[in-house]
Write a protein that binds this ligand. Structure first.
Ligand code: PLP
Length: 397
């Protein structure tokens, strides 16, 4: 790849992290990392793996028992008609799953339709496969979904795939069944692949998460991407997986997997077996707490940034993607080449609050800020008080 990497930016999240290191007692609302502890079942799986000396090389695609459990989960919970656990490969987290899948499917010059806004690594990973991300805006007025006529107009003879991310990071937008059915019809008619990134499948407060691969005929043309990071609060241990039905593409993916990791850590895989065999109530407990934190944040923002930062509580995921009032920013002297960068830096320097400028998620997302609402209640409350003091000059009641 060499020099071509020079054209792939590091996400602004890295610049923000550097700014945050200089801040005393920061509120880290820039980081999408849940504050919960991993479930006991996961930890027990790791401990047992060590005691039983599961510390040697493993099959590149993953431990058979783990892939059986994943195939069962994908059939039961996601409704994907998996014929064999061979369709499932284990990866070092969701980012690696996306990297492997895109390297396996995409040819140089292929176009991939992506949402704007979207989690920045997606565009970078498309580019790393020498393909071209084609951003199609999501609309706040449509519940942060595409105008599907605009999506169809963006399809060219070079389009190879549509990348879906439902629930979406950063907006929390969730795609409905009717909507997915229309995307499935478009993909089938135009002979396109789908990448379906379902990292937030378990963080849904209203509505239902639907895997597009469960719709008739879609398993064959969909690469579904998953991670344990958010569902089991194990962002640092790196456990993910993908599902590819097509044997040729899967064989290519196996090579990428082999040459990027040989095998995913045995301890992580046995931890994942523990998590899947153990009780699943942590998933709903995490979700319920995340919903309470979302509500706490959105209630607080009305007084901390009245008429300055606005938005609707999302149906899913754990972010607040808020519109900045440009008139307020101009009057307050918060200006710069990019409104979202100017406002992010204002909040970091003036209120110790980490957040990510909208423009990092795509050009059409300038004018917004992303806050992670998954942080502890204390951190969220502290951030809101600090924001209110900076933006309104008033202490929080
Ligand atoms: C939309 C989306 N996809 C995939 C991932 C990958 O997660 P991880 O690499 O931590 O498993 C993330 C993480 O934040 C994400 O937001």
């Amino acid at each position: 790849m060499g020099i071509s990497l020079d054209s792939i930016p590091l996400s602004a999240i890295v610049r923000i992290r550097d700014l945050m290191y200089k801040v005393d007692r920061p509120f880290r609302l820039d980081q999408g990392d849940v504050s919960f502890d991993a479930p006991e079942s996961f930890k027990q799986g790791v401990r047992e793996a060590l005691e039983r000396n599961h510390t040697h090389y493993l099959p590149t695609i993953g431990v058979p028992r783990l892939r059986e459990l994943l195939a069962d989960k994908l059939r039961r919970k996601n409704g994907i008609p998996i014929e064999s656990p061979d369709d499932v490969h284990v990866t070092n987290g969701g980012t690696h799953a996306m990297y492997v899948a895109m390297q396996a499917l995409l040819e140089p010059g292929d176009e991939v339709i992506v949402p704007d806004p979207e989690w920045p690594p997606t565009m970078a990973i498309v580019r790393a496969a020498h393909a071209v991300p084609v951003a199609v805006p999501l609309h706040e007025s449509l519940g942060w979904r595409w105008d599907l006529d605009a999506l169809e107009r963006a399809i060219t003879p070079k389009t190879r795939a549509i990348y879906l991310n439902s629930p979406n990071n950063p907006t929390g937008g969730l795609l409905t069944r009717a909507y997915l059915e229309r995307i499935a019809a478009i993909a089938t008619e135009r002979n396109l692949w789908i990448f379906s990134d379902e990292a937030y499948e378990d963080v849904v407060y209203r509505g239902t998460h639907i895997s597009i691969a469960s719709l008739p005929g879609m398993h064959a043309r969909t690469i579904s991407l998953y991670t344990f990071s958010k569902s089991y609060a194990v962002t640092g241990v790196r456990m993910g997986y993908y599902v590819i039905h097509d044997p040729e593409v899967r064989a290519r993916a196996l090579k990428v997997l082999m040459y990027t990791t040989s095998n995913v850590s045995s301890l992580v895989q046995y931890g994942a077996i523990g998590a899947l065999e153990g009780p699943q109530d942590c998933i709903t407990a995490f979700r319920d707490e995340l919903q309470a934190r979302r509500d706490l944040f959105f209630e607080g923002i009305a007084t901390a940034a009245p008429g300055i930062l606005t938005g609707t509580p999302p149906d899913a995921a754990f972010y607040a993607f808020l519109r900045i009032n440009p008139d307020w920013a101009r009057d307050a002297g918060v200006t710069g080449e990019s409104l979202s960068w100017a406002m992010a830096e204002h909040l970091i320097r003036g209120a110790r609050i980490g957040c990510v400028p909208g423009v990092d998620f795509g050009a059409a997302s300038e004018g917004y800020l992303r806050f992670c609402t998954c942080r502890s209640r204390e951190e969220l409350t502290g951030a809101l008080a600090s924001m209110q003091a900076l933006l309104t000059g008033q202490a929080r009641a």
